[in-house]
Write a protein that binds this ligand. Structure first.
Ligand SMILES: Cc1ncc(COP(=O)(O)O)c(C=O)c1O
Length: 408
């Protein structure tokens, strides 16, 4: 077949669905979250009768606290079932501004808050509202896969900021300096970090802010979804350092700290002018977050914090068990993370490709985890284990992995 025709055919194939009907060319630029693919594989094996320990998915195994569930039920009975403002209910935005501000030792106004269905939409809204075709976006790699997916989808140019073990999984600020230019429109960071578990210190963020500050057209998106899940390390936000307040978008939410992943509730905090743009984007996409869920979110932040605090204490214990266990396996090396609920393990010395190892652990040891490459090219050589599972299951998983590695 002539080259031209072959190219046209392959383009056509890329832009059509299995049923033969066309799809947009831009869909070829959209990535996904492969954690869900692993979950599907694991569930398939379970359906065949295999016992699987789930250490792949990033969601707390706890139930949503009772007071939050009760608030949602009450809101339904009170008729909170109608449309509301795109930006989010004023009474919820008020509570978020107060609580998120007090936690960060900053002052926020309700006009700066946009309530979203999960924290995730803040990523696409930011890129949609602020990044033009060809604009460069620097983002942490390894990192949450949606950053890279949405940069590509919206026509931005993704510039990875590597998180390397030799630097304690902190981005190298000299490297960042070299990558910043007039073409950089956005920097995306994440602390506490998924998958590495590092928490960026105040001094580090202060230095980062100093580097970024001279770039007038640069926005910073800081993903702080794990902000309250730390073990001894103090959480800090880049937003509070000189020159950062107006140009920083804070992403936070309810999924992790209140075990509310399925409720789809999160928020962004930003300059009030940008909040208006985000609201316009939201009007176009989903209108707003479910009304009675927003009422429950008021209770989550304003009510008792005992349940989330206890959950963090439990994660702390599990972290110690899983990290010690993983380090006792031949060829595994895991630095103790001080935030989020993931153990990120260097498995290069096992001699396995990390994708193969994740697959083999699932099929042969009955342990589901993720290859570091699910989080970008710099995840090569690593596995991520979520410790959102009981200590008994974690111990059993370690036993199974050890047996598998030792029989090699
Ligand atoms: C770093 C990071 N940001 C954002 C999210 C998405 O949070 P949500 O479920 O609230 O959309 C996740 C979920 O795993 C995450 O790990």
């Amino acid at each position: 077949m002539p080259i031209k025709k072959a190219k046209r055919m392959s383009k056509l194939k890329e832009c059509s669905l299995a049923c033969g009907l066309p799809k947009s060319t831009r869909m070829a630029r959209m990535g996904t979250e492969t954690a869900f693919d692993m979950l599907v594989k694991a569930r398939k094996l379970e359906a065949q009768g295999k016992h699987i320990i789930h250490l792949e998915i990033g969601e707390p195994d706890f139930d949503t606290p009772k007071n939050i569930r009760e608030a949602a039920k009450k809101a339904l009975d009170q008729g909170y079932t109608h449309y509301g403002p795109a930006q989010g209910m004023p009474e919820l935005r008020q509570v978020i501004a107060e609580k998120a501000g007090a936690f960060r030792k900053m002052k926020f106004a309700p006009e700066q808050v946009v309530v979203t269905p999960g924290g995730k939409p803040i990523m696409s809204y930011a890129i949609m509202a602020l990044v033009d075709d060809g604009d460069e976006v620097i983002y942490v790699n390894p990192g949450y896969p949606i950053y890279e997916s949405m940069i590509n989808f919206m026509g931005g140019k993704p510039i990875p900021l590597p998180l390397l073990e030799e630097n304690g999984f902190m981005p190298d600020l000299d490297y960042l300096k070299k990558k910043l230019s007039k073409k950089t429109r956005m920097l995306i960071i994440n602390t506490p970090h998924n998958p590495c578990g590092v928490v960026f210190s105040a001094n580090y963020l202060k230095d980062m802010a100093k580097i970024v500050e001279p770039y007038e057209n640069l926005w910073v998106l800081t993903d702080e979804i794990y902000s309250r899940i730390t073990y001894g390390a103090k959480f800090e936000t880049i937003a509070k350092f000189p020159g950062m307040k107006d140009r920083t978008i804070i992403l936070d939410g309810y999924s992790k700290i209140y075990a509310m992943t399925g409720w789809r509730a999160g928020y962004g905090i930003m300059h009030p002018d940008l909040a208006q743009e985000f609201s316009r984007v939201q009007t176009n996409i989903s209108s707003h977050t479910t009304t009675f869920v927003q009422r429950a979110c008021i209770e989550a932040l304003a009510g008792s914090q005992k349940a989330p605090d206890d959950m963090v204490k439990e994660f702390h214990q599990r972290r110690d068990v899983i990290v010690d266990g993983l380090n006792s396996i031949k060829g595994f090396r895991c630095k103790k993370p001080n935030g989020a609920f993931y153990a990120y393990v260097n498995v290069r010395k096992t001699g396995y490709d990390c994708r193969d190892l994740a697959d083999k652990l699932l099929h042969e040891a009955g342990v589901a985890c993720l290859s570091g490459t699910c989080f970008g090219s710099y995840g090569e050589g690593y596995l991520r284990f979520s410790y959102a599972n009981s200590i008994a299951n974690i111990n059993e998983a370690i036993k199974r992995i050890k047996k598998f590695i030792e029989k090699k």
